[in-house]
Design a protein around this ligand. Sequence first.
Ligand code: 5RP
Length: 242
Amino acid sequence: MTDLSPADTAKNAAATAAVALVQDGMRLGLGTGSTAVFLVHRLAERVKAEGLKLRCASTSKATAELAESLGIRIETLDDIGWLDLTIDGADELDPDLNLIKGGGAALLREKIVARASDRMVVIADGGKVVEVLGAFKLPVEVIPFGWQTTQALIERVLADLELEGRPVVRRMQGEAPVLTDEGNYILDLALEAIPDAARLSVALNALPGVVENGLFLGICDLAIVGQPDGGVVELVVEEAVE
Ligand code: 5RP
């Protein structure tokens, strides 16, 4: 592949390494975003070259359309039932492989698919690796009904968690609110740093108008971080020594 920017070289390297984990007969979850686009292309090449028989579920309509256009048949998650492996991008990942996802507004389907998988592998470039989650605005999917009330309740949760005054903004595209594949809104929480992600996640999801938040905690098993020179670094969670 020629003429890729350093960032795209890194994404493609991560995607290529992840696709090497795919084995004939696997049930796969396909992620969403610009890194996942490389994933789908590299996977389609292997399917074509090796005649792999796979069963694939998608985390978004966009990925499903791309996959189908490249000859990968997409089935519903419920038709497949359970997945061996999901490969997806991330907006941030910390040393424990906790993630922020949802930059592409697909966090709900992404979390459902990842949680229905034996293994989740994240593909990313080095810019996504952080010490503490939160510089990337945390996406929260909310239902349109009463969304401003939900926004106020989220602000109250943030105040309770000593994150008072952090902006909570509905994501827009031009003049219109961004709609998820489920027809919901995304509220982006500019938190700067998240001191207790587990507590925040539970508190957000306890609010009636919140459908899901973009914290993926304890879900990712392996991160493949692409490098601008085309190499990759693999990150796993260090086991605690007793
Ligand atoms: C979409 C996501 C993406 O995986 C995340 O935004 C990373 O995207 P990209 O690979 O384009 O940086 O969570 O909802």
